[in-house]
Write a protein that binds this ligand. Structure first.
Ligand SMILES: [Zn+2]
Ligand SMILES: [Zn+2]
Length: 641
Protein backbone atom coordinates (compact mmCIF):
# COMPACT_ATOMS: atom_id res chain seq x y z
CA UNK A 1 0.00 0.00 0.00
CA UNK A 2 1.10 3.57 -0.60
CA UNK A 3 1.01 6.39 1.91
CA UNK A 4 1.44 9.92 0.70
CA UNK A 5 2.83 12.54 3.08
CA UNK A 6 2.15 16.30 2.96
CA UNK A 7 5.58 17.01 1.40
CA UNK A 8 4.52 14.88 -1.58
CA UNK A 9 6.76 11.92 -0.72
CA UNK A 10 5.26 8.43 -0.89
CA UNK A 11 6.04 5.52 1.44
CA UNK A 12 5.27 1.90 0.62
CA UNK A 13 4.38 -0.78 3.17
CA UNK A 14 3.38 -4.42 3.16
CA UNK A 15 0.47 -5.43 5.41
CA UNK A 16 -0.32 -2.60 7.78
CA UNK A 17 1.42 0.30 9.48
CA UNK A 18 0.52 2.85 12.16
CA UNK A 19 1.03 6.63 11.95
CA UNK A 20 3.17 6.25 15.07
CA UNK A 21 5.56 3.92 13.24
CA UNK A 22 5.82 6.34 10.34
CA UNK A 23 6.45 9.26 12.71
CA UNK A 24 9.21 7.25 14.41
CA UNK A 25 10.79 6.43 11.05
CA UNK A 26 10.89 10.14 10.22
CA UNK A 27 12.43 11.08 13.54
CA UNK A 28 12.34 10.14 17.21
CA UNK A 29 11.56 13.80 18.01
CA UNK A 30 8.54 13.89 15.74
CA UNK A 31 7.22 10.72 17.34
CA UNK A 32 7.59 12.16 20.83
CA UNK A 33 5.75 15.33 19.81
CA UNK A 34 2.93 13.76 17.88
CA UNK A 35 -0.66 13.53 19.07
CA UNK A 36 -2.35 11.68 16.24
CA UNK A 37 -2.77 11.80 12.51
CA UNK A 38 -5.04 12.88 9.73
CA UNK A 39 -5.73 9.97 7.39
CA UNK A 40 -7.50 11.13 4.25
CA UNK A 41 -8.58 14.14 6.25
CA UNK A 42 -10.01 12.05 9.11
CA UNK A 43 -8.60 12.20 12.65
CA UNK A 44 -6.79 8.96 13.45
CA UNK A 45 -5.04 7.42 16.47
CA UNK A 46 -1.28 7.28 16.40
CA UNK A 47 -1.39 3.54 17.11
CA UNK A 48 -4.34 2.62 14.89
CA UNK A 49 -3.24 0.47 11.94
CA UNK A 50 -3.72 1.60 8.35
CA UNK A 51 -3.97 -1.03 5.62
CA UNK A 52 -5.08 1.03 2.65
CA UNK A 53 -3.65 3.69 0.31
CA UNK A 54 -4.07 7.11 1.80
CA UNK A 55 -2.80 10.60 2.38
CA UNK A 56 -1.41 11.01 5.86
CA UNK A 57 -0.42 13.96 7.98
CA UNK A 58 1.13 13.55 11.42
CA UNK A 59 -0.49 15.92 13.93
CA UNK A 60 1.95 17.40 16.40
CA UNK A 61 0.90 18.27 19.94
CA UNK A 62 1.01 21.97 19.20
CA UNK A 63 -0.92 21.72 15.92
CA UNK A 64 -4.47 23.11 16.09
CA UNK A 65 -5.88 19.67 15.19
CA UNK A 66 -4.28 18.16 18.31
CA UNK A 67 -6.40 20.19 20.69
CA UNK A 68 -9.44 17.99 20.14
CA UNK A 69 -7.37 14.84 20.69
CA UNK A 70 -5.65 15.73 23.94
CA UNK A 71 -8.63 17.50 25.49
CA UNK A 72 -10.84 14.55 24.79
CA UNK A 73 -8.18 12.24 26.22
CA UNK A 74 -8.18 14.44 29.30
CA UNK A 75 -11.94 13.97 29.67
CA UNK A 76 -11.37 10.19 29.76
CA UNK A 77 -8.65 10.66 32.37
CA UNK A 78 -11.08 12.73 34.42
CA UNK A 79 -13.79 10.05 34.14
CA UNK A 80 -11.30 7.41 35.22
CA UNK A 81 -10.32 9.53 38.22
CA UNK A 82 -13.96 10.06 39.19
CA UNK A 83 -14.58 6.30 39.03
CA UNK A 84 -11.56 5.59 41.17
CA UNK A 85 -12.66 8.09 43.80
CA UNK A 86 -16.39 7.37 43.94
CA UNK A 87 -16.18 3.67 43.09
CA UNK A 88 -16.79 2.14 39.68
CA UNK A 89 -20.07 0.61 40.85
CA UNK A 90 -21.46 4.04 41.83
CA UNK A 91 -20.62 6.03 38.72
CA UNK A 92 -22.70 5.94 35.56
CA UNK A 93 -21.10 7.77 32.66
CA UNK A 94 -22.92 10.19 30.39
CA UNK A 95 -20.96 11.82 27.60
CA UNK A 96 -17.57 13.56 27.68
CA UNK A 97 -16.98 15.70 24.59
CA UNK A 98 -14.59 18.54 23.89
CA UNK A 99 -16.09 22.00 23.70
CA UNK A 100 -14.69 25.39 22.78
CA UNK A 101 -11.73 25.98 25.10
CA UNK A 102 -12.04 22.72 26.99
CA UNK A 103 -14.03 19.61 27.71
CA UNK A 104 -16.59 18.18 30.11
CA UNK A 105 -17.91 14.86 31.29
CA UNK A 106 -21.37 14.09 32.71
CA UNK A 107 -21.68 11.71 35.66
CA UNK A 108 -24.54 10.09 37.47
CA UNK A 109 -23.05 9.33 40.87
CA UNK A 110 -25.01 7.43 43.48
CA UNK A 111 -25.25 9.29 46.79
CA UNK A 112 -22.58 11.90 46.12
CA UNK A 113 -22.70 15.51 45.05
CA UNK A 114 -19.46 16.86 43.65
CA UNK A 115 -18.60 20.33 44.91
CA UNK A 116 -15.99 22.83 43.72
CA UNK A 117 -13.80 21.65 46.64
CA UNK A 118 -13.86 18.08 45.33
CA UNK A 119 -12.31 19.18 42.04
CA UNK A 120 -8.90 19.39 43.65
CA UNK A 121 -9.17 15.79 44.82
CA UNK A 122 -10.14 14.71 41.31
CA UNK A 123 -7.24 16.69 39.85
CA UNK A 124 -4.84 14.88 42.19
CA UNK A 125 -6.12 11.50 40.99
CA UNK A 126 -5.83 12.66 37.37
CA UNK A 127 -2.20 13.58 37.95
CA UNK A 128 -1.61 10.04 39.21
CA UNK A 129 -3.20 8.57 36.10
CA UNK A 130 -1.03 10.81 33.92
CA UNK A 131 2.04 9.66 35.83
CA UNK A 132 1.06 6.01 35.38
CA UNK A 133 1.30 6.72 31.64
CA UNK A 134 -1.30 4.05 30.85
CA UNK A 135 -1.45 2.81 27.29
CA UNK A 136 -4.68 3.89 25.54
CA UNK A 137 -5.92 1.12 23.28
CA UNK A 138 -8.73 1.06 20.75
CA UNK A 139 -10.86 -2.01 20.18
CA UNK A 140 -14.02 -2.75 18.28
CA UNK A 141 -16.99 -4.95 19.17
CA UNK A 142 -20.09 -6.00 17.25
CA UNK A 143 -23.05 -3.96 18.46
CA UNK A 144 -24.72 -6.68 20.51
CA UNK A 145 -21.48 -7.52 22.33
CA UNK A 146 -20.90 -3.83 22.95
CA UNK A 147 -24.33 -3.54 24.57
CA UNK A 148 -23.60 -6.67 26.59
CA UNK A 149 -20.32 -5.20 27.84
CA UNK A 150 -21.91 -1.91 28.90
CA UNK A 151 -24.80 -3.73 30.61
CA UNK A 152 -22.28 -5.81 32.53
CA UNK A 153 -20.50 -2.63 33.58
CA UNK A 154 -23.82 -1.11 34.66
CA UNK A 155 -23.63 1.79 32.18
CA UNK A 156 -27.24 2.36 31.04
CA UNK A 157 -26.52 5.71 29.34
CA UNK A 158 -23.85 4.09 27.19
CA UNK A 159 -26.27 1.27 26.31
CA UNK A 160 -28.75 3.90 25.16
CA UNK A 161 -26.09 5.56 23.01
CA UNK A 162 -24.92 2.31 21.42
CA UNK A 163 -28.47 1.34 20.56
CA UNK A 164 -28.69 4.47 18.44
CA UNK A 165 -25.42 3.93 16.55
CA UNK A 166 -26.30 2.77 13.02
CA UNK A 167 -22.97 0.98 12.40
CA UNK A 168 -22.47 -2.76 12.80
CA UNK A 169 -19.39 -2.28 14.93
CA UNK A 170 -18.72 0.02 17.84
CA UNK A 171 -15.34 1.26 19.01
CA UNK A 172 -14.08 1.49 22.59
CA UNK A 173 -10.99 2.86 24.23
CA UNK A 174 -9.29 1.24 27.19
CA UNK A 175 -6.71 2.71 29.56
CA UNK A 176 -5.82 0.60 32.58
CA UNK A 177 -9.04 -0.52 34.25
CA UNK A 178 -11.09 2.17 32.45
CA UNK A 179 -13.10 1.40 29.32
CA UNK A 180 -15.24 3.90 27.45
CA UNK A 181 -17.43 3.85 24.39
CA UNK A 182 -15.76 6.29 22.03
CA UNK A 183 -15.21 7.21 18.42
CA UNK A 184 -11.75 8.60 19.25
CA UNK A 185 -9.12 9.43 18.45
CA UNK A 186 -6.99 9.57 21.58
CA UNK A 187 -3.39 10.05 22.53
CA UNK A 188 -1.41 6.80 22.66
CA UNK A 189 -1.00 7.02 26.44
CA UNK A 190 -2.21 9.00 29.45
CA UNK A 191 1.23 10.52 30.04
CA UNK A 192 1.33 12.52 26.87
CA UNK A 193 -0.40 15.70 28.00
CA UNK A 194 -0.01 17.17 31.45
CA UNK A 195 -1.28 20.73 31.52
CA UNK A 196 -4.90 20.76 32.63
CA UNK A 197 -7.26 22.36 35.10
CA UNK A 198 -10.75 21.47 36.28
CA UNK A 199 -12.86 24.60 36.21
CA UNK A 200 -16.35 24.07 37.52
CA UNK A 201 -19.16 21.66 38.22
CA UNK A 202 -22.84 22.09 37.42
CA UNK A 203 -26.03 20.14 36.82
CA UNK A 204 -27.02 19.03 33.33
CA UNK A 205 -29.96 16.91 32.23
CA UNK A 206 -29.11 13.76 30.35
CA UNK A 207 -29.31 14.77 26.68
CA UNK A 208 -30.44 18.26 27.67
CA UNK A 209 -33.98 17.07 28.36
CA UNK A 210 -35.72 18.18 31.55
CA UNK A 211 -37.61 14.88 31.72
CA UNK A 212 -34.35 12.95 32.07
CA UNK A 213 -32.22 12.52 35.19
CA UNK A 214 -30.01 15.41 36.24
CA UNK A 215 -26.33 14.51 35.89
CA UNK A 216 -23.29 16.25 37.33
CA UNK A 217 -21.12 17.93 34.73
CA UNK A 218 -17.47 18.72 35.40
CA UNK A 219 -15.81 21.25 33.09
CA UNK A 220 -12.09 21.38 32.52
CA UNK A 221 -9.49 22.48 30.06
CA UNK A 222 -6.10 21.28 28.84
CA UNK A 223 -3.26 22.72 26.80
CA UNK A 224 -0.12 21.31 25.24
CA UNK A 225 2.05 23.95 26.88
CA UNK A 226 2.13 25.15 30.46
CA UNK A 227 2.26 28.86 29.62
CA UNK A 228 -0.77 28.50 27.35
CA UNK A 229 -2.76 27.01 30.21
CA UNK A 230 -1.59 29.76 32.53
CA UNK A 231 -2.52 32.60 30.22
CA UNK A 232 -5.91 30.98 29.60
CA UNK A 233 -6.58 30.75 33.34
CA UNK A 234 -5.53 34.38 33.73
CA UNK A 235 -7.96 35.35 30.98
CA UNK A 236 -10.76 33.47 32.78
CA UNK A 237 -9.93 35.29 35.98
CA UNK A 238 -10.08 38.61 34.12
CA UNK A 239 -13.35 37.61 32.44
CA UNK A 240 -14.88 36.86 35.82
CA UNK A 241 -14.11 40.38 37.00
CA UNK A 242 -15.69 41.77 33.84
CA UNK A 243 -18.78 39.55 33.89
CA UNK A 244 -21.60 41.77 32.59
CA UNK A 245 -24.14 39.87 34.68
CA UNK A 246 -22.37 41.22 37.75
CA UNK A 247 -21.41 44.66 36.41
CA UNK A 248 -24.84 45.30 34.85
CA UNK A 249 -26.80 45.51 38.12
CA UNK A 250 -23.80 46.96 40.00
CA UNK A 251 -23.49 49.89 37.58
CA UNK A 252 -27.29 50.21 37.40
CA UNK A 253 -27.37 49.40 33.71
CA UNK A 254 -29.92 46.57 33.65
CA UNK A 255 -31.30 43.68 35.62
CA UNK A 256 -33.25 40.55 34.86
CA UNK A 257 -36.30 39.48 36.80
CA UNK A 258 -36.25 35.73 36.23
CA UNK A 259 -39.54 35.35 38.06
CA UNK A 260 -41.67 37.23 35.54
CA UNK A 261 -39.42 37.83 32.53
CA UNK A 262 -36.57 35.32 32.31
CA UNK A 263 -34.28 36.09 29.39
CA UNK A 264 -35.85 39.53 28.96
CA UNK A 265 -33.53 42.21 30.33
CA UNK A 266 -34.95 45.31 31.99
CA UNK A 267 -32.92 48.42 31.19
CA UNK A 268 -32.35 51.11 33.79
CA UNK A 269 -31.81 54.79 32.86
CA UNK A 270 -27.99 54.43 32.73
CA UNK A 271 -28.20 51.34 30.54
CA UNK A 272 -30.76 52.95 28.30
CA UNK A 273 -28.44 55.94 27.83
CA UNK A 274 -25.81 53.62 26.42
CA UNK A 275 -28.27 51.76 24.20
CA UNK A 276 -29.47 55.11 22.85
CA UNK A 277 -25.90 56.13 22.02
CA UNK A 278 -25.36 52.84 20.21
CA UNK A 279 -28.55 53.37 18.26
CA UNK A 280 -27.71 56.94 17.39
CA UNK A 281 -24.33 55.92 16.03
CA UNK A 282 -26.01 53.16 14.06
CA UNK A 283 -28.68 55.51 12.66
CA UNK A 284 -26.07 58.00 11.47
CA UNK A 285 -24.09 55.30 9.71
CA UNK A 286 -27.18 53.75 8.15
CA UNK A 287 -28.05 57.12 6.69
CA UNK A 288 -24.54 57.51 5.35
CA UNK A 289 -24.65 54.08 3.69
CA UNK A 290 -27.94 54.75 1.97
CA UNK A 291 -30.51 52.91 4.08
CA UNK A 292 -34.09 53.97 4.76
CA UNK A 293 -35.40 53.35 8.26
CA UNK A 294 -38.76 51.58 8.59
CA UNK A 295 -40.95 50.10 11.32
CA UNK A 296 -42.97 46.88 11.24
CA UNK A 297 -45.45 45.33 13.73
CA UNK A 298 -44.35 43.03 16.53
CA UNK A 299 -47.39 40.84 16.11
CA UNK A 300 -48.69 39.60 12.78
CA UNK A 301 -51.19 37.04 11.46
CA UNK A 302 -50.06 33.43 11.41
CA UNK A 303 -50.52 33.19 7.63
CA UNK A 304 -47.55 35.49 7.08
CA UNK A 305 -45.38 33.09 9.08
CA UNK A 306 -46.71 30.10 7.20
CA UNK A 307 -45.70 31.75 3.95
CA UNK A 308 -42.25 32.71 5.21
CA UNK A 309 -41.53 29.15 6.30
CA UNK A 310 -41.08 30.06 9.96
CA UNK A 311 -44.23 28.13 10.83
CA UNK A 312 -42.69 24.91 9.51
CA UNK A 313 -39.11 25.46 10.55
CA UNK A 314 -39.08 27.77 13.54
CA UNK A 315 -42.39 27.31 15.35
CA UNK A 316 -40.84 25.89 18.52
CA UNK A 317 -38.90 29.10 19.06
CA UNK A 318 -41.85 31.43 18.51
CA UNK A 319 -44.37 33.09 20.83
CA UNK A 320 -48.04 33.18 19.89
CA UNK A 321 -51.12 35.06 20.90
CA UNK A 322 -54.78 34.67 19.98
CA UNK A 323 -57.63 37.12 19.50
CA UNK A 324 -61.09 36.53 17.97
CA UNK A 325 -60.04 32.99 17.04
CA UNK A 326 -57.12 34.16 14.96
CA UNK A 327 -53.59 33.11 15.86
CA UNK A 328 -50.91 35.74 15.68
CA UNK A 329 -47.18 35.28 16.05
CA UNK A 330 -44.78 37.59 17.81
CA UNK A 331 -42.09 38.17 15.22
CA UNK A 332 -38.87 36.20 15.63
CA UNK A 333 -37.39 37.98 12.60
CA UNK A 334 -38.01 41.16 10.67
CA UNK A 335 -37.68 39.84 7.14
CA UNK A 336 -41.36 39.19 6.33
CA UNK A 337 -42.27 42.71 7.46
CA UNK A 338 -39.69 44.21 5.13
CA UNK A 339 -40.97 42.09 2.27
CA UNK A 340 -44.44 43.57 2.84
CA UNK A 341 -42.86 47.00 2.40
CA UNK A 342 -41.11 45.91 -0.79
CA UNK A 343 -44.41 44.63 -2.17
CA UNK A 344 -46.21 47.83 -1.29
CA UNK A 345 -45.58 49.31 -4.73
CA UNK A 346 -44.23 48.15 -8.09
CA UNK A 347 -40.44 48.13 -8.35
CA UNK A 348 -38.43 48.86 -11.48
CA UNK A 349 -34.80 47.80 -12.05
CA UNK A 350 -33.89 51.46 -11.63
CA UNK A 351 -35.23 51.48 -8.05
CA UNK A 352 -32.74 48.83 -6.95
CA UNK A 353 -31.00 48.43 -4.63
CA UNK A 354 -33.62 49.07 -1.95
CA UNK A 355 -32.10 49.05 1.53
CA UNK A 356 -34.63 48.84 4.37
CA UNK A 357 -33.40 49.20 7.93
CA UNK A 358 -35.16 48.72 11.26
CA UNK A 359 -34.32 48.48 14.93
CA UNK A 360 -36.42 45.35 15.00
CA UNK A 361 -37.44 43.96 18.37
CA UNK A 362 -37.72 40.19 18.09
CA UNK A 363 -38.72 37.42 20.50
CA UNK A 364 -37.28 33.94 20.29
CA UNK A 365 -37.96 31.25 22.82
CA UNK A 366 -34.84 29.69 24.35
CA UNK A 367 -34.74 27.01 27.01
CA UNK A 368 -34.22 28.36 30.51
CA UNK A 369 -30.95 26.47 30.94
CA UNK A 370 -29.15 28.29 28.13
CA UNK A 371 -30.10 31.86 29.06
CA UNK A 372 -27.07 33.98 29.92
CA UNK A 373 -27.33 37.65 30.88
CA UNK A 374 -27.55 39.85 27.79
CA UNK A 375 -25.68 37.34 25.67
CA UNK A 376 -28.38 34.70 25.40
CA UNK A 377 -31.88 36.11 25.80
CA UNK A 378 -35.49 35.65 24.71
CA UNK A 379 -36.01 39.15 23.34
CA UNK A 380 -33.60 41.55 21.69
CA UNK A 381 -33.32 44.33 19.16
CA UNK A 382 -31.57 43.72 15.88
CA UNK A 383 -30.01 46.49 13.84
CA UNK A 384 -31.56 44.63 10.99
CA UNK A 385 -31.68 45.49 7.32
CA UNK A 386 -32.68 43.82 4.11
CA UNK A 387 -31.19 44.81 0.81
CA UNK A 388 -33.17 43.95 -2.30
CA UNK A 389 -30.96 44.10 -5.37
CA UNK A 390 -30.27 42.75 -8.83
CA UNK A 391 -27.81 39.91 -9.24
CA UNK A 392 -25.28 42.24 -10.86
CA UNK A 393 -25.38 44.42 -7.76
CA UNK A 394 -24.50 41.73 -5.18
CA UNK A 395 -20.74 42.37 -5.08
CA UNK A 396 -21.12 46.10 -4.68
CA UNK A 397 -23.81 45.74 -2.01
CA UNK A 398 -21.89 43.20 0.04
CA UNK A 399 -18.71 45.26 -0.24
CA UNK A 400 -20.67 48.24 0.98
CA UNK A 401 -21.86 46.28 4.02
CA UNK A 402 -18.35 45.10 4.86
CA UNK A 403 -17.10 48.72 4.70
CA UNK A 404 -19.94 49.70 7.00
CA UNK A 405 -18.96 46.99 9.49
CA UNK A 406 -15.36 48.13 9.31
CA UNK A 407 -16.32 51.68 10.17
CA UNK A 408 -18.71 50.68 12.94
CA UNK A 409 -16.34 48.26 14.69
CA UNK A 410 -13.37 50.61 14.51
CA UNK A 411 -15.26 52.98 16.83
CA UNK A 412 -14.97 50.40 19.64
CA UNK A 413 -11.42 49.33 18.94
CA UNK A 414 -12.43 45.82 17.96
CA UNK A 415 -10.47 43.81 15.47
CA UNK A 416 -12.37 41.08 13.72
CA UNK A 417 -12.23 38.23 11.29
CA UNK A 418 -14.83 36.61 9.09
CA UNK A 419 -16.08 33.17 8.16
CA UNK A 420 -17.48 32.55 4.70
CA UNK A 421 -19.96 29.66 4.76
CA UNK A 422 -20.60 27.97 1.45
CA UNK A 423 -23.26 25.71 -0.10
CA UNK A 424 -24.42 22.81 2.06
CA UNK A 425 -25.34 19.48 0.51
CA UNK A 426 -29.02 20.12 1.16
CA UNK A 427 -29.71 23.44 -0.54
CA UNK A 428 -32.24 25.25 -2.60
CA UNK A 429 -31.54 26.96 -5.91
CA UNK A 430 -29.20 25.90 -8.70
CA UNK A 431 -25.48 25.53 -8.24
CA UNK A 432 -24.57 28.22 -10.75
CA UNK A 433 -26.44 30.86 -8.73
CA UNK A 434 -24.79 29.64 -5.53
CA UNK A 435 -21.42 29.78 -7.18
CA UNK A 436 -22.03 33.35 -8.33
CA UNK A 437 -23.23 34.43 -4.91
CA UNK A 438 -20.33 32.78 -3.08
CA UNK A 439 -17.82 34.39 -5.42
CA UNK A 440 -19.54 37.72 -4.77
CA UNK A 441 -19.13 37.32 -1.00
CA UNK A 442 -15.52 36.23 -1.39
CA UNK A 443 -14.73 39.18 -3.67
CA UNK A 444 -16.22 41.58 -1.17
CA UNK A 445 -14.04 40.17 1.63
CA UNK A 446 -10.92 40.27 -0.53
CA UNK A 447 -11.60 43.78 -1.72
CA UNK A 448 -11.98 45.09 1.81
CA UNK A 449 -9.01 43.12 3.14
CA UNK A 450 -10.89 41.37 5.93
CA UNK A 451 -9.10 38.21 7.10
CA UNK A 452 -11.40 35.23 6.58
CA UNK A 453 -11.63 31.47 6.54
CA UNK A 454 -13.98 29.37 4.43
CA UNK A 455 -16.39 27.01 6.15
CA UNK A 456 -17.20 24.57 3.35
CA UNK A 457 -20.82 23.46 3.29
CA UNK A 458 -21.77 25.46 6.39
CA UNK A 459 -24.12 27.93 4.69
CA UNK A 460 -27.86 27.95 5.32
CA UNK A 461 -29.90 25.92 2.83
CA UNK A 462 -31.23 29.16 1.31
CA UNK A 463 -27.93 30.95 0.70
CA UNK A 464 -24.24 31.49 1.56
CA UNK A 465 -23.26 33.83 4.38
CA UNK A 466 -20.46 35.72 6.10
CA UNK A 467 -20.19 35.83 9.89
CA UNK A 468 -17.98 38.36 11.65
CA UNK A 469 -16.22 37.52 14.92
CA UNK A 470 -14.95 40.46 16.95
CA UNK A 471 -12.04 40.05 19.35
CA UNK A 472 -12.34 41.78 22.70
CA UNK A 473 -9.57 43.24 24.82
CA UNK A 474 -8.91 39.97 26.67
CA UNK A 475 -8.79 37.98 23.45
CA UNK A 476 -12.20 36.38 23.42
CA UNK A 477 -14.11 36.17 20.16
CA UNK A 478 -17.77 36.99 19.75
CA UNK A 479 -19.86 36.43 16.70
CA UNK A 480 -21.76 39.64 15.91
CA UNK A 481 -22.43 40.73 12.35
CA UNK A 482 -23.80 38.48 9.63
CA UNK A 483 -24.41 39.00 5.95
CA UNK A 484 -26.63 36.39 4.37
CA UNK A 485 -27.65 36.00 0.76
CA UNK A 486 -31.11 34.55 0.29
CA UNK A 487 -32.60 33.00 -2.83
CA UNK A 488 -35.56 31.49 -1.03
CA UNK A 489 -37.64 34.28 0.47
CA UNK A 490 -38.02 36.21 -2.79
CA UNK A 491 -39.47 32.97 -4.23
CA UNK A 492 -41.76 32.26 -1.31
CA UNK A 493 -43.21 35.76 -1.35
CA UNK A 494 -43.07 36.01 -5.13
CA UNK A 495 -41.43 39.43 -5.17
CA UNK A 496 -40.31 40.84 -8.49
CA UNK A 497 -39.03 43.90 -10.28
CA UNK A 498 -39.54 45.03 -13.83
CA UNK A 499 -36.34 44.81 -15.88
CA UNK A 500 -35.26 47.22 -18.64
CA UNK A 501 -36.83 44.98 -21.29
CA UNK A 502 -40.12 44.84 -19.39
CA UNK A 503 -39.74 41.28 -18.07
CA UNK A 504 -40.52 40.45 -14.46
CA UNK A 505 -37.43 39.28 -12.54
CA UNK A 506 -36.63 38.16 -9.02
CA UNK A 507 -34.48 40.39 -6.87
CA UNK A 508 -31.85 38.90 -4.55
CA UNK A 509 -32.38 39.52 -0.86
CA UNK A 510 -29.50 40.21 1.52
CA UNK A 511 -30.16 39.93 5.26
CA UNK A 512 -27.64 41.70 7.44
CA UNK A 513 -27.26 42.83 11.04
CA UNK A 514 -24.09 44.56 12.25
CA UNK A 515 -24.25 44.79 16.01
CA UNK A 516 -26.36 41.68 15.60
CA UNK A 517 -28.39 42.16 18.74
CA UNK A 518 -27.86 45.59 20.26
CA UNK A 519 -28.39 44.26 23.77
CA UNK A 520 -25.89 41.46 23.22
CA UNK A 521 -23.38 43.91 21.75
CA UNK A 522 -23.93 46.03 24.86
CA UNK A 523 -23.13 42.98 27.02
CA UNK A 524 -19.92 42.43 25.08
CA UNK A 525 -19.01 46.11 25.48
CA UNK A 526 -19.55 45.95 29.25
CA UNK A 527 -17.01 43.13 29.44
CA UNK A 528 -14.67 44.64 26.83
CA UNK A 529 -14.44 47.92 28.78
CA UNK A 530 -14.93 46.28 32.20
CA UNK A 531 -17.70 48.86 32.74
CA UNK A 532 -15.33 51.82 32.28
CA UNK A 533 -16.93 53.07 29.09
CA UNK A 534 -15.21 55.65 26.91
CA UNK A 535 -16.53 59.13 27.59
CA UNK A 536 -18.96 59.19 24.65
CA UNK A 537 -20.70 56.05 25.96
CA UNK A 538 -20.43 56.63 29.70
CA UNK A 539 -23.93 57.11 31.15
CA UNK A 540 -22.54 59.79 33.48
CA UNK A 541 -19.60 61.65 31.97
CA UNK A 542 -18.82 63.96 34.88
CA UNK A 543 -19.95 64.41 38.46
CA UNK A 544 -19.61 67.60 40.52
CA UNK A 545 -18.66 67.08 44.18
CA UNK A 546 -18.78 70.03 46.59
CA UNK A 547 -16.33 69.41 49.47
CA UNK A 548 -18.97 70.63 51.92
CA UNK A 549 -22.43 72.13 52.12
CA UNK A 550 -20.95 75.60 51.85
CA UNK A 551 -20.08 75.08 48.19
CA UNK A 552 -23.29 73.45 46.98
CA UNK A 553 -24.52 76.60 45.22
CA UNK A 554 -21.28 77.06 43.36
CA UNK A 555 -21.25 73.35 42.47
CA UNK A 556 -24.77 73.72 41.09
CA UNK A 557 -23.60 76.54 38.81
CA UNK A 558 -20.90 74.31 37.42
CA UNK A 559 -23.36 71.49 37.01
CA UNK A 560 -25.70 73.72 35.00
CA UNK A 561 -22.90 75.02 32.82
CA UNK A 562 -21.78 71.49 31.92
CA UNK A 563 -25.35 70.36 31.35
CA UNK A 564 -25.90 73.29 29.01
CA UNK A 565 -22.90 72.12 27.02
CA UNK A 566 -24.45 68.72 26.38
CA UNK A 567 -22.31 66.82 28.89
CA UNK A 568 -24.06 64.12 30.92
CA UNK A 569 -23.36 65.44 34.41
CA UNK A 570 -24.59 64.76 37.93
CA UNK A 571 -24.36 66.78 41.12
CA UNK A 572 -23.44 64.62 44.11
CA UNK A 573 -24.22 66.84 47.11
CA UNK A 574 -25.30 64.01 49.40
CA UNK A 575 -24.67 64.45 53.07
CA UNK A 576 -21.70 62.06 53.05
CA UNK A 577 -17.97 62.61 53.43
CA UNK A 578 -16.07 63.65 50.32
CA UNK A 579 -13.94 60.48 50.51
CA UNK A 580 -17.03 58.30 50.54
CA UNK A 581 -18.58 60.10 47.58
CA UNK A 582 -15.34 59.90 45.56
CA UNK A 583 -15.12 56.17 46.19
CA UNK A 584 -18.73 55.65 45.14
CA UNK A 585 -18.31 57.56 41.90
CA UNK A 586 -15.12 55.71 41.20
CA UNK A 587 -17.02 52.43 41.58
CA UNK A 588 -19.60 53.81 39.16
CA UNK A 589 -16.66 54.36 36.80
CA UNK A 590 -17.58 57.98 36.06
CA UNK A 591 -14.75 59.32 33.84
CA UNK A 592 -14.42 62.73 35.62
CA UNK A 593 -15.05 63.97 39.15
CA UNK A 594 -15.00 67.73 39.61
CA UNK A 595 -14.18 68.66 43.17
CA UNK A 596 -15.25 72.10 44.35
CA UNK A 597 -14.00 73.89 47.50
CA UNK A 598 -12.85 77.28 48.69
CA UNK A 599 -9.93 77.58 46.30
CA UNK A 600 -11.98 76.61 43.27
CA UNK A 601 -14.75 78.99 44.21
CA UNK A 602 -12.25 81.84 44.57
CA UNK A 603 -10.24 81.27 41.40
CA UNK A 604 -13.13 80.06 39.25
CA UNK A 605 -10.96 77.13 38.18
CA UNK A 606 -11.68 73.47 38.84
CA UNK A 607 -9.92 70.45 40.30
CA UNK A 608 -10.39 67.13 38.57
CA UNK A 609 -10.02 63.55 39.60
CA UNK A 610 -10.17 60.94 36.85
CA UNK A 611 -11.59 57.47 37.40
CA UNK A 612 -8.05 56.13 37.08
CA UNK A 613 -7.23 58.18 40.20
CA UNK A 614 -5.24 60.98 38.58
CA UNK A 615 -5.60 64.47 40.17
CA UNK A 616 -5.47 67.65 38.09
CA UNK A 617 -5.65 71.18 39.49
CA UNK A 618 -6.20 74.74 38.25
CA UNK A 619 -8.12 73.74 35.15
CA UNK A 620 -10.16 76.36 33.34
CA UNK A 621 -13.76 75.23 33.07
CA UNK A 622 -13.92 76.03 29.39
CA UNK A 623 -10.82 73.90 28.75
CA UNK A 624 -12.46 71.00 30.54
CA UNK A 625 -15.66 71.42 28.54
CA UNK A 626 -13.64 71.40 25.33
CA UNK A 627 -11.75 68.28 26.40
CA UNK A 628 -14.91 66.34 27.25
CA UNK A 629 -16.66 67.50 24.11
CA UNK A 630 -13.69 66.34 22.13
CA UNK A 631 -13.82 62.93 23.79
CA UNK A 632 -17.53 62.68 23.14
CA UNK A 633 -17.07 63.41 19.49
CA UNK A 634 -13.80 61.57 19.10
CA UNK A 635 -15.77 58.54 17.92
CA UNK A 636 -16.68 60.58 14.89
CA UNK A 637 -13.05 61.43 14.16
CA UNK A 638 -12.71 57.90 12.84
CA UNK A 639 -15.94 58.38 10.95
CA UNK A 640 -16.73 60.72 8.14
CA UNK A 641 -20.34 61.75 8.25
ZN1 LIG B 1 -13.25 9.28 23.97
ZN1 LIG C 1 -33.79 38.82 7.58
Amino acid sequence: MEIKLPDGSVRRYEGSVTPGQIAKEISEGLWRNSAGALVNGQLWDLERPIDFDCELKIIKLDDPEAVEIYRHTMSHIMAQAVMRIYGEENVKLGIGPTIENGFYYDFDIANAKITEEDLEKIEEEMKKIIKEDLKIERFELPKDEAIELMKRKNQPYKVELIEEIPDEKVSFYKQGEFVDLCRGPHLPSTGKVKHFKLLSVSGAYWRGNEKNPMLQRIYGTAFSKKDELESYLKMLEEAKKRDHRKLGPQLELFFINTDVAAGMPIFLPYGMTILKELMELSRKLHKKYGYKEVGTPLIMHEKLWRQSGHWDHYKNNMYFTEKEEVTYAVKPMNCPGHILIYKNKPVSYKDLPIRLFEFGRVHRYERGGVLHGLLRVRTFTQDDAHIFCREDQIVEEVTNVVRFINELYSVFGFTYRATLSTMPEDHMGDEATWEKATVALRNALEETGVPFVVAEGEGAFYGPKIDFHVRDVIGREWQCATIQLDFQMPERFDITYKDADGTERRPVMIHRALYGSIERFFGILIEHFAGAFPTWLAPVQAVVLPVSEKYVDYARNLYEELDKNGIRVELDDRNETLGYRIRENQLKKVPYMIIVGEKEKETGKISLRTREGKDLHDIELKDFVEKVKHEIFVKSSTLSF
